[in-house]
Design a protein around this ligand. Structure first.
Ligand SMILES: Cc1cc2nc3c(=O)[nH]c(=O)nc-3n(C[C@H](O)[C@H](O)[C@H](O)COP(=O)(O)OP(=O)(O)OC[C@H]3O[C@@H](n4cnc5c(N)ncnc54)[C@H](O)[C@@H]3O)c2cc1C
Ligand SMILES: NC(=O)c1ccc[n+]([C@@H]2O[C@H](COP(=O)([O-])OP(=O)(O)OC[C@H]3O[C@@H](n4cnc5c(N)ncnc54)[C@H](O)[C@@H]3O)[C@@H](O)[C@H]2O)c1
Length: 462
């Protein structure tokens, strides 16, 4: 059995950064990945990068051929090819970065624990290779997450039902796409397909759209989606899905009044959340604690309940973002080799962005949350159309909103629904995390015309 200094299970975001860091410090590292199609992890193969590439392409399709399904759809096939080319390029770069390091060995296969320091690797069946075992002093679990498939009658093995991963690989452009779930995945796929000319209907179980978002901003988003042929039906309790000759019918009731509905589409995306990927790991052989949501329990430095086994990224549950997996890597690096100052508790507030068109981004508290906590606040709003850059970009849809504590003059929350919001929010995050008063953004010299100069206007009221 081969011995390593470290085994990393899963070639995901945090794991690959850690592999290189450890190898550069002369550790012998084994990285185990269950699928060559996933080298580099979810982000580059099935998550952030392919979806944002397709959204950019779809925005282009919409602007050039507005409301002309036939013309917009022609660009869809081209967009898929461009997306595949980029994914292949990034995947190859990721493999090259890892395998050129003489201290790293990349193994193809699914890993499962035999005991706390030994892992069995089962190569994929087509490889026709025997299983083998590896052991190490430190083991890092970076196996990501997997879609939650709700127990809806007719959902399993239905040829018209897709997950985000399978839909990205299908070369069908539905006339009417049904989506279950209006979280980040549901909204981003809705934006993408609407841009290519599909009608989209989202069935959401919740009674409140984007429940964690600022209420006013959520309303703006909902209105903007409607204008793009995206309908969101809240309170939807889906009973069953039925194959028809040319598509799928969803039978659901509106939980607010019990009215039954039948909705026809030609494809259905399930976007009902993701769960930590612990399947196959055989964690019971290790004594690692798992919580009720199936997430690996870790301490603030990302150690599991077994001190030499760590977990990073989506598999430890909570918020699932690429940039948190990267920060998990930084915390482990600091714990192993640094000043041991970093922890999962010192990175809040964490911003997020949803890539609708225009996109939305948020950090900190919403107005509702700030009021519930009893903070003395002042709220400021700026329509996106007031920013000259939004006009030059021909995307004037949207609203920016900021909340400042009137006692401390510090920003405590900000929600942006405008073009470039995922970039702008990082400026606000920087101001918040470095303890600036709101006047810092009000008086900052920004380039012109830029979306960021809108922050001068947004914070003018304070
Ligand atoms: C459609 C979609 C869009 C997204 N968009 C964004 C976005 O815009 N911005 C953002 O920040 N986040 C986004 N995310 C979330 C982001 O992709 C994840 O949070 C991030 O990629 C998680 O990285 P990770 O390090 O946890 O592991 P991953 O990158 O998921 O890697 C885990 C790896 O482990 C492998 N694996 C699993 N089990 C085993 C096993 N037993 N043995 C061996 N290998 C195994 C998997 O095959 C996988 O390659 C998106 C996610 C999806 C699905
Ligand atoms: N831009 C980004 O950063 C980005 C993009 C995509 C995904 N992600 C991450 O990926 C993860 C998964 O995203 P997601 O959108 O699948 O999950 P989510 O948890 O954000 O949203 C799932 C939605 O589905 C609804 N739902 C659940 N069961 C349902 C049912 N049976 N019927 C109808 N509605 C139902 C929920 O109420 C919820 O609104 C999230 O953690 C997200 O942060 C991030």
């Amino acid at each position: 059995m081969k011995q390593y200094d470290a085994i990393i299970i899963g070639f995901g975001k945090g794991g690959k950064l850690l592999a290189t860091e450890l190898a550069n410090r002369n550790w012998k590292v084994a990285v185990i990945e269950r699928s060559p199609e996933m080298y580099g992890g979810t982000c580059i193969n099935a998550g952030c990068i392919p979806t944002k590439t397709m959204i950019t392409e779809s925005e282009f399709a919409e602007r050039v051929y507005q409301n002309d399904y036939n013309k917009q759809s022609k660009l869809y096939a081209l967009a898929l090819k461009r997306k595949d080319k980029l994914v292949t390029f990034l995947r190859e770069k990721n493999v090259e970065n890892l395998t050129r390091n003489p201290n790293i060995t990349l193994y193809d296969g699914t890993a499962s624990f035999i005991c706390p320091d030994t892992v069995k690797v089962i190569p994929s069946p087509e490889k026709e290779e025997a299983a083998f075992e590896l052991s190490a002093k430190e083991i890092f679990i970076n196996t990501g997450s997997t879609p939650i498939l709700p127990a809806i009658d007719g959902l399993k093995n239905n040829r018209y039902v897709y997950t985000s991963e399978t839909l990205l690989h299908a070369d069908i452009l539905p006339h009417h796409l049904l989506i279950i779930g209006s979280g980040a995945i549901g909204l981003e796929f809705a934006t993408m397909y609407a841009g290519f000319g599909s009608k989209v209907t989202i069935l959401e179980a919740g009674k409140r759209f984007l429940p964690k978002a600022d209420r006013e901003i959520a309303e703006y988003i909902l209105e903007s989606l409607k204008r793009k042929n995206i309908e969101v039906r809240l309170n939807a309790r889906i009973q069953s899905l039925h194959d028809t000759t040319d598509g799928i019918t969803a039978a659901y009731t509106d939980a607010s009044d019990g009215t039954p509905y039948f909705l026809e589409g030609d494809a259905l995306l399930v976007a009902t959340g993701r769960k930590p990927m612990i399947e196959n790991l055989n964690l019971e052989k290790t004594g690692i604690q798992v919580n009720a949501q199936g997430a690996i329990v870790v301490d603030e430095q990302l150690r599991t309940s077994v001190p030499h086994i760590w977990a990073l990224g989506d598999v430890k549950g909570g918020e699932m973002y690429d940039y948190l997996s990267i920060d998990d890597f930084r915390i482990i690096r600091d714990t192993l080799f640094g000043k041991k100052e970093r922890s999962t508790e010192d990175r809040y507030p964490v911003p997020y962005a949803i890539f609708t068109d225009p996109p939305m981004a948020h950090i900190g508290l919403t107005e509702e949350e700030a009021m519930k906590r009893g903070y003395p606040i002042k709220v400021s709003r700026l329509p996106a159309s007031a920013i000259p850059r939004a006009r030059t970009l021909q995307n004037m849809d949207g609203m920016l909103k900021a909340i400042v504590n009137t006692d401390t003059e510090k920003i405590i929350g900000c929600s942006l629904f405008c073009t470039d919001a995922p970039e702008l929010i990082n400026l606000v995050a920087f101001a918040m995390k470095t303890g600036q008063k709101s006047s810092a953004l009000r008086n900052f010299i920004f380039t012109h015309p830029s979306m960021s100069e809108g922050l001068n206007g947004l914070f003018k009221a304070f």
